[in-house]
Each structure stands twice: as structure tokens, then as C-alpha cells.
Design a protein around this ligand. Structure first.
Ligand SMILES: Cc1cc2nc3c(=O)[nH]c(=O)nc-3n(C[C@H](O)[C@H](O)[C@H](O)COP(=O)(O)OP(=O)(O)OC[C@H]3O[C@@H](n4cnc5c(N)ncnc54)[C@H](O)[C@@H]3O)c2cc1C
Length: 415
């Protein structure tokens, strides 16, 4: 444990002092950029930095994503919010940073960017921490931000003791509210409400959905993937794979539709997904494959190329007379209507929306009501699909907050 920086009333501290709260991707990147120029102290509530980063790495750490033809910023909502941050912190910037840390990355065939084989999330986290220490940043664990008292002073809790600190600038990167066991528990909203800074309730994003499956269906099919399907919700659609679970559905083809489902839920509308089990075939093509065979499960499975659980789902969601008519059935499996009960809870989601309202921050990520305080990462109310965009957005906003502070200090851009 490093010594907490005491407020000094002499002029011994030459470098401007910056206190950063939250050691996830956003806070780590902010600290890394600022450390050569400022007296940087990074505070983390938990006993180690980056616990959610480590969790994110469990299923393969997806650090970024090669930009779609519409440009990287088009992936993020609300439109325009991420533009300035991404202009500087591009995919190339992320790749260069990882290379500098000794952690090469590669782009998979899906466009997702991962650490090279043999490089674990723990190795990347350790490389960032080592580099931070070499750049002069002091990391304080088990220290939580309790209150921001003025634009340049705050109170922290360390070992049950409240300590008052002052600084030239404060950066908050306190994360969203999913997976609270990692420390990202969203309990920080009161810090801002006490300054009449608007915060919004946390809602799940990139999460599963609840569906009332018949017991017989889940008994046989929970845990099985529906592959190569297209899911739609309103105007939005997404192709890929989803997993049938005991509670409903989960997976990459579902996550991009969560914002639409969330809006419907907020407006009290019924939640509905449309499933196309054969997105590359039209109904006539499918029926021609059936030939003169009867309309029976086995024949449909073979001729239409349906997995047993896909066929079971189709049977569940169609009327008997539709099932028995090949042409009707071939049409039906291209637009099966599935009622969704609700989204899974915030705690289980990959990410959350809500938190600090964007109308409270300036374009340089400083708070309008506390101009010496900057915010970065998932604690701000932006959204993106999972697949590397989230971590990239957190690094990018951390980078942007750091460069904004350097600009205010009159230090020319270096990153
Ligand atoms: C299961 C899972 C898998 C994921 N997979 C991916 C993926 O593959 N790719 C991707 O792009 N994203 C992924 N994500 C999302 C990604 O991990 C997050 O979006 C990202 O970590 C958010 O970064 P952040 O720095 O904003 O906040 P966090 O990483 O949440 O860090 C915030 C930190 O602030 C600390 N803190 C909170 N309150 C205080 C306080 N009062 N004082 C001091 N410290 C405090 C917390 O303890 C925490 O360490 C995944 C998430 C989960 C849960």
C-alpha cells in the first residue's frame, strides 16, 4: 500500500496533482497518459485493480474490433458522443499501445481483436500496472471515493478512516453496475446527486432475455445453440448464434437487439423477437428440397437442414395446420414470433447503460457543474454492443479525459 498523498501547503509538489478513481480500463488508460506529466494517484476500491477486466478476459479478452464500413463511431450510441475520443484513440492507437506494453494483438476473421496466443488478461493488466509504476503513477488499492467536496477536493475511505484530499484535477472512472462482485457496483451515484448532477437508473445492456419456455422444451434443449439464424426486433436485425437457456436466450446475435427491447420495455410495449431459422434460403427453395416427402419432423429436419432443437422451437411456435403444410411451414420458420418476458437483471449483464447523464459533461468530458472533475468509461450513459467495442470505448474515453486535462495544463498532445 502506497502512502496517501497528503494535502500540502508548501510548494514542494511541482507537477500538477491528478486523482483518478476506479482502476478499470478507463481509469488505467487515463493514468497511463497523464503519469509522465502529472503527479498521478490512481485509487481503486477493491484489493486489486481491473477485476472486471479480468472477468471480461475469461471467455477470451476481446479488446477491440476492426471498424465497420460506416466507421467505428457508428457503433456507439448516442450518435456523436464517442467521435472525438475515437478520432485520437483509434484501433491503430490501441494496437500501438498494446505493442508498447509487450502484448501484441491479432484480428480474428470476425473482425474482433484479441491478445496474441499465450498472452493472458492477467499479463496485460500486469503490463499496464508495471508501466504505470515506471511512469511514476502511484496506485492505491482498498481506497474508495466517498464524496467530491469541491471541484478540486474529495474525501476517500481507507481502512475505515475518512481522508480529505485536494488536487488540481479529479477523474472518476467508477464503472457501470453489472457484475457488482468485481467492485463495479454503481453505488457511486449519490456522490453526484449531492451536487444536483443528474444520474440515470442503471439498465442492462448486452444481456440475456427471459422467455417462458414449456418445461418439456427446456428439459430437452437448454444449453443448445441456435446457429446461423437471424433475429429481428422492430427495425433492427442481427445474424449469428444464440443459446437456449433455462431462463430464455443468451448470445451474440441477441445482444445488438437489447437496446430495442429495452426501449419497448420502458414504453410498456410487448417484447417480441422474430427468428429466421434459415436466413439464406427462401421458402420455395426449402419446399423444393422436400420433394414429394410428407410434412413430418424427420423429413423437415433433413430437407430444411434444421437441427433437432431448431425444429422443436419451430414446432413450438407454429400452429398445427401450418406445421402440416410444407409451404406454410417453410415460410413460418423464416419469421417465428417469440414473446420475451423481460431482460435479465443488471447484475448479470455484460454492460449497463444509465449512470452519469451525458448532458452533465462537456465535450472534453469535464463535468459542467464541477469543471475540475472529469468522467470516463462505462459510468457515463453511452452504449455499444459487446465484441471489443466496450473496452475500446472505455480506453478511448479515458484517453480523451487525460488529453483534455493536458490541454488545460498547456501540455501539447503527445499520444
Ligand atoms: C462477463 C463480462 C465479459 C465482458 N467481456 C468483454 C469483452 O470481451 N470485450 C469488451 O469490450 N468488454 C467486455 N466486457 C465489458 C467491460 O469489461 C467493461 O465495459 C469495462 O471493464 C468497463 O470499464 P470501466 O473502466 O469503465 O469500468 P470498470 O472496469 O467497471 O472499473 C471501474 C472500477 O471502479 C471501481 N470503483 C467503483 N466505485 C468506486 C469508488 N467509490 N472508489 C474507488 N473505486 C471505485 C470498481 O471497483 C472498478 O474496479 C465484459 C464484461 C463482463 C461483465
Amino acid at each position: 500500500m502506497q502512502k496517501i498523498p497528503q494535502n500540502s501547503d508548501n510548494n514542494s509538489v511541482i507537477k500538477p496533482k491528478v486523482l483518478i478513481f476506479g482502476a478499470g480500463p478507463a481509469g488505467l488508460r487515463t493514468a497511463w497518459v497523464l503519469a509522465p506529466f502529472c503527479d498521478v494517484h490512481l485509487f481503486e476500491k477493491e484489493s486489486m485493480p481491473g477485476r472486471k477486466f479480468m472477468v471480461a478476459g475469461k471467455g477470451g479478452l476481446n479488446l477491440s474490433h476492426s471498424p465497420p464500413s460506416s466507421g467505428m463511431a457508428s457503433v456507439y450510441s448516442p450518435p456523436g458522443f464517442m467521435n472525438a475520443a475515437l478520432e485520437v484513440f483509434s484501433v491503430k492507437a490501441l494496437q500501438d499501445w498494446m505493442n508498447e506494453l509487450g502484448a501484441g494483438v491479432f484480428t480474428g476473421s470476425s473482425g474482433k481483436i484479441f491478445p496474441e496466443k499465450g498472452i493472458t488478461p492477467r499479463m496485460i493488466l500486469q503490463a499496464i500496472i508495471t508501466s504505470l509504476e515506471e511512469r511514476g503513477c502511484t496506485i492505491h488499492t482498498a481506497c474508495s471515493l466517498q464524496s467530491i467536496d469541491t471541484a478540486d477536493s474529495c474525501t476517500i475511505l481507507q481502512n475505515g478512516v475518512k481522508v480529505k484530499l485536494s488536487a488540481d484535477y479529479i477523474v472518476v472512472a467508477l464503472g457501470g453496475a453489472s457484475w457488482p462482485q468485481t467492485g463495479s457496483d454503481g453505488k457511486w451515484t449519490g456522490i453526484f446527486r449531492s451536487h444536483s448532477i443528474k444520474t440515470l437508473p442503471f439498465r442492462p445492456s448486452n444481456c440475456g432475455v427471459n422467455i417462458s419456455w414449456p418445461e418439456n422444451f427446456v428439459q430437452h434443449h437448454a444449453g443448445k445453440p441456435l446457429k446461423n439464424i437471424r433475429l429481428s426486433c422492430g427495425e433492427k436485425s442481427s445474424a449469428g448464434e444464440v443459446l437456449i437457456t433455462r431462463y430464455g436466450l443468451e448470445g451474440y446475435a441477441l445482444y445488438p437487439l437489447i437496446p430495442s427491447l429495452r426501449r419497448m420495455e420502458e414504453e410498456g410495449m410487448p417484447l417480441q423477437l422474430i427468428i429466421d431459422l434459415k436466413p439464406v434460403n427462401d421458402p420455395l427453395q426449402l419446399v423444393s428440397r422436400l420433394g414429394l416427402k410428407q410434412a413430418e419432423s424427420g423429413n423437415y429436419r433433413q430437407a430444411f437442414g434444421l437441427q433437432p432443437h431448431s425444429l422443436a422451437l419451430a414446432k413450438l411456435l407454429t400452429e398445427k395446420n401450418t406445421f402440416e403444410n410444407p409451404l406454410l411451414f417453410a415460410g413460418a420458420i423464416k419469421s417465428l414470433s417469440l414473446q420475451v418476458l423481460s431482460l435479465r437483471p443488471v447484475e448479470e449483464a455484460i454492460s449497463t447503460v444509465g449512470g452519469l447523464a451525458l448532458e452533465e459533461v462537456n465535450s472534453d468530458l469535464s463535468l459542467k457543474k464541477l469543471p475540475g472533475v472529469y468522467a470516463a468509461g462505462e459510468m457515463l450513459d453511452w452504449d455499444a454492443p459487446t465484441g471489443g467495442w466496450l473496452i475500446h470505448g472505455c480506453f478511448a474515453t479515458g484517453n480523451h479525459a487525460a488529453l483534455s486535462i493536458l490541454k488545460r495544463l498547456g501540455i501539447p498532445p503527445v499520444v
